[in-house]
Design a protein around this ligand. Structure first.
Ligand code: 7TS
Length: 423
């Protein structure tokens, strides 16, 4: 392993088999050790972006300070080391999602670019007038708008699977809407506005029984649950590095090899070609075919370090710990008078959205900020699902494995304060 690729394993992580030691984990996240408005920072905006352990920043720093070079080109030592580190990160991502073939991992800027890539290179060439793309009512805008754009260009139709009052996918409606015209299902794994965990394995099986491929938007699932793309059997899986404790500007598309091989490139440029003349260009193979131009090398290295870090903590352990934290928070918040939790699915991860009678979500956000508590308020880039619940905005607390019960207590106390101020 090169100096760049070699990750300094954090000394503060618990060993496998031990319970999650949150206080020790928090030492790896210096950003959490600060005061905001004179109060200890309580960071509960992890669904927007999560904080980075030192190991991530150090890996990126090491690359820039000691190993910076472009990849896939030079024959000099630094370039070879950078290529090794970049491709090593791809292998780390592949292992994390239990991908069989590392060539099935394409680096992109984030989940949004990943969905756009699949929309342009996979869906668009297959669509004609009257064809249908199926999404759900709980999608983030990035899993709505690209499909609307493709539908506009091709004459295809966007169809939407409704959800029930708890924010769960209506599987009966999904079955009904899967038609001979359905060309693709694109569905969120964990909703960023409700926290619902969708039964994606079942969705994929039902779609596949009718020969329909499935894209899963894993932006909010990958940081909270173990994800095994071979077991899911999804055709595409996308996620963002910055929600996965890695840097911004890097994300991942998993695509089945046979799809990636058959798909035309997304963008043209360097690195995605084998040879170019003015008459004809021969494209590189996947995944490089989809990675035109100099990639975000430091970003990929940082993401690899983030995955190494959370893999050592253990996704099973993270899921169990966060599940308890979420239940603790939901129980406490739902007892506050005037609170309505938006999203009460049986299976939830990471997210607690709520509204407070007579208090605008933005006012809750402002009061909480004064208490040092960071949450997100608004429509969370998922306006249709908020319309489904007839609310223009919610206050959303979203947890990560470094959050504590004490922090939830601070949140509950601050919400009480908001009710007193406005009640
Ligand atoms: N899909 C889901 C489910 C998301 O939650 C988000 C971002 C995206 C896709 C897009 O990810 P990006 O990294 O490409 O922007 N969600 C949020 C959020 O809930 N608050 O800020 C960003």
């Amino acid at each position: 392993m090169s100096a760049v690729a070699g990750m300094a394993a954090s000394a503060t992580l618990p060993e496998a088999g031990m319970t999650l030691d949150v206080q020790r984990i928090r030492e790896d996240f210096p950003v959490l050790r600060q005061q905001v408005h004179g109060k200890p920072l309580v960071y509960l905006d992890n669904a927007a972006t999560s904080q980075k352990p030192k190991a991530v920043v150090e890996a990126m720093e090491r690359y820039y300070l000691t190993g910076n070079a472009n990849v896939h080109r030079g024959i000099h030592v630094l370039s070879e080391q950078a290529t090794e580190a970049f491709e090593g990160a791809r292998a780390t991502v592949a292992r994390f999602f239990n991908v069989g073939d590392v060539r099935e991992i394409v680096f992109v800027r984030g989940a949004t670019e990943g969905i756009n890539l699949v929309a342009h290179s996979f869906a668009r060439p297959r669509l004609t007038v009257g064809d249908e793309i199926l999404i759900s009512e709980m999608e983030h805008h990035s899993n709505i708008v690209p499909w609307q754009m493709i539908c506009q260009e091709t004459g295809a139709r966007l169809r939407v699977v409704p959800i029930n009052d708890d924010g769960e996918l209506r599987l009966d409606e999904f079955e009904r809407l899967l038609s001979p015209r359905t060309r693709l299902v694109s569905i969120v794994h964990v909703s960023n506005a409700l926290g619902t965990i969708n039964p994606v394995k079942q969705v994929i099986r039902m779609a596949h029984e009718r020969g329909v491929p499935v894209l899963v938007d894993g932006a909010q699932a990958a940081p909270h649950l173990p994800v095994d793309v071979q077991s899911l059997d999804c055709d595409f899986y996308v996620c963002s590095g910055h929600k996965l404790f890695g840097p911004t500007g890097i994300g991942v598309v998993f695509g089945k090899a046979r799809h990636l091989e058959a798909m035309p490139p997304y963008q043209g440029g360097g690195d995605m070609i084998l040879s170019v003349t003015f008459e004809k260009t021969i494209y590189n193979e996947a995944p490089l075919k989809f990675e035109a131009g100099t990639p975000h090398i430091a970003g990929a290295i940082g993401l690899g370090a983030a995955i190494d870090y959370i893999s050592r903590v253990g996704l099973d352990r993270i899921a169990a710990y966060e599940g308890e934290l979420l239940t603790y928070a939901a129980d406490a918040i739902s007892t506050i008078s005037g609170v309505r939790i938006i999203g009460t699915a049986k299976e939830k991860a990471g997210i607690l959205s709520f509204v407070l009678n007579g208090v605008h979500a933005h006012d809750i956000g402002t009061i909480l900020d004064q208490e040092g508590i960071a949450i997100r308020t608004g429509h969370h880039c998922a306006q249709p699902v908020l319309q489904r619940f007839s609310v223009p905005a919610t206050a959303r607390a979203s947890v990560a494995f470094y959050n504590t019960r004490d922090e939830i207590d601070s949140l509950v106390k601050a919400i009480h304060k908001a009710t007193e101020l406005f009640g």
